[in-house]
Design a protein around this ligand. Structure first.
Ligand code: HEC
Length: 181
């Protein structure tokens, strides 16, 4: 056997090994892709859609208890104490100046965002309507959720009793308090 022939044979063997390896790899890649797709399909089937919907919708469905039923039996005294949470930013006496937040005199059924000279956020200025008992209570539950973009930086009153107490107190800050619902 001449050196050249040995070389040729070696070259053929190397080529054959290469071809086998490459084909093997391609096979692996194809299997991998198939495997991957299978995994994805299995995953999609594994997660029942109904569960996803429940999990996704739960926070949106947050139930905010209405105050109407407990308003008549709410506590003015406790409402006044609770107002300390608001007084850093709000006055409530007639003709008193606005602070960081607008004056709250006569707030029940008052048109939203209508204190003269107070610069409201665009969100509240454009919200429209009047502050009914329930709307006010819902706003106080989570201000930033009720009016997205409000500049009132207050986390909110989570307890329905607290909201009822404070709304009853605010109701009193008017010449002719609006009849209870
Ligand atoms: C850190 C300051 C701050 C605190 C605390 C705060 N507010 Fe406000 N409040 C504001 C600001 C600022 C606005 C104006 C919001 C806007 O323009 O988006 C506002 C707006 C309001 C409005 C709407 C008034 C209108 O003219 O339409 C009501 C009602 C209100 N606050 C009630 C309360 C009550 C009740 C509390 C306490 C439980 C409270 N706020 C706590 C700053 C505050």
């Amino acid at each position: 056997m001449s050196g050249l022939e040995v070389n040729k044979i070696l070259a053929s063997i190397i080529l054959a090994i290469l071809v086998v390896t490459v084909i093997g790899h391609i096979g692996d890649i194809i299997i991998d892709i198939e495997h991957h797709e299978m995994k994805e399909t299995a995953y999609k089937i594994d997660v029942p859609e109904s569960d996803e919907v429940i999990a996704g919708d739960a926070p949106k469905e947050e139930i905010i208890e209405p105050i109407s039923l407990i308003l008549a039996s709410a506590s003015l005294e406790k409402g006044e104490k609770l107002f300390k949470k608001c007084s850093a930013c709000h006055n409530y006496e007639k003709n008193s100046a606005s602070k960081v937040g607008p004056n709250l005199w006569n707030i029940i059924n008052r048109p939203k965002a209508n204190v003269d000279g107070f610069v409201y956020s665009k969100a509240l200025a454009e919200y429209g309507g009047e502050w009914s008992y329930e709307e006010l209570a819902e706003f106080l539950y989570k201000p930033k959720k009720f009016i997205k973009g409000t500049k009132m930086n207050f986390a909110g009153l989570k307890k329905v009793q607290d909201r009822a107490n404070i709304v009853l107190f605010l109701r009193e800050q008017a010449e002719n308090p609006v009849p209870l619902p």
